[in-house]
Design a protein around this ligand. Sequence first.
Ligand code: PSU
Ligand code: MN
Length: 314
Amino acid sequence: MINTHMKISGPVDEALQEGKAVVALESTIITHGMPYPRNVETALAVQAAITERGAIPATTAVLGGKMRVGLSDDEIDALGQAGDTAIKVSRRDLAFTIAHGTVGGTTVAATMMLAAMAGVRVFATGGIGGVHRGASTTFDVSADLQELARTEVVVVCAGPKSILDLGLTLEYLETHGVPVIGFGTDMVPAFYSRESDFHADYRIDDAAGVAAVMAVRRDLGVGGGMLVTNPIPVEYGMERSVIDAAINTAVAEASAQNIIGKGTSPFLLGRIVELTGGTSLDANIQLVLNNARVAADIAIADSKGQVNSSSSGD
Ligand code: PSU
Ligand code: MN
């Protein structure tokens, strides 16, 4: 009885009925990931980038006791103004936020759940949660990784942010059977920088190539998600030494202030923006837009494949 708890917007519902390309978008990036009003400006610009590319954007959230797929501009503005007074909703929190009628920004994990329930196969964001630095003692591993293991949605991101332990994050994904695709790159990009010390599992250079793998995975019933890592545009990439210095400071502060649990990522994200004098926020916005375009292309390629295979009669 998912429908009792879910409301899909008119445009998204129509697109899904007609087999058109839809791209899911998260809202923790709005409530907890960026400051107001740039969070709202970014969310609207990301939707526009998807529309311009020929797909339908579906921003998700929990509002008024319902999981929502597709929001009005006013609803996005309200989420942006709510900021961190909204609940940061991951798998653990979803039912509580619905039952209590509280406002919730959906993380990558919860957005994957909503997308899968609604029938949306592609999702664009900036960065996913992962294995945090020092996880061997804190056990801080984002529920996003477990969701990628179990829920069949393709997530386009700019690579794990280096607030995380990139190597451990990739090991975790490997253990759980989640492929990490380098989109037009051999290396896994590290969010603010185009490169890291790690190789992607597979390099794919175009959207059709990703859609082809999606189709085979469906045929085989492999299950679970895939992570498409798309490097930040060259002109916005940050010097690794600059961003790493800010991240190291933020991580040390979080530890000194005993910041734990779901508060960790928002604290680090906020401090990094402050420490880089806003440069990292500009970079963050540009990479999300870039991911939205790639996700739209993948969703379009995937929807075309769907039409072709159903029209061939098998
Ligand atoms: N990384 C970013 N920006 C973000 C997030 C992560 O660079 O906004 C958000 C996403 O919504 C992600 C969540 O799903 O933080 C992960 O939080 P946690 O580590 O508590 O699972
Ligand atoms: Mn965590």
